[in-house]
Ligand binder design. Sequence first.
Ligand code: FES
Length: 108
Amino acid sequence: MAKPEYHIFVCAQQRPDGHPRGSCGAKGAGNLLQHFSERLVAHNLFNKVSLVATGCLGPCRAGANVLVYPGGVLYMDIKPEDVDSIISQHLVAGDPWADKIAPDEVWQ
Ligand code: FES
């Protein structure tokens, strides 16, 4: 595999029902990960982008969370219908998609 231009980390953390932090897994991260995979193939980007299921990224209440490197851009409250905007605006055009970038407050 060629060196990826981007790494996409999709939080797939699961926690038990009732856990005070909740989890991205409970907010549909599994479907989100699958949709990312399908759309990267559809955009012929699978050799340019590395898609990684990861554990907790920190700001659980904002999930489902997606972190894109380089740049460390955190997207929050991501649903499958948001995936094409991240791909077309961030990964293809090179400009992070402002609509769902997490503000600094999510880290507090
Ligand atoms: S569970 Fe996804 S950021 Fe914590």
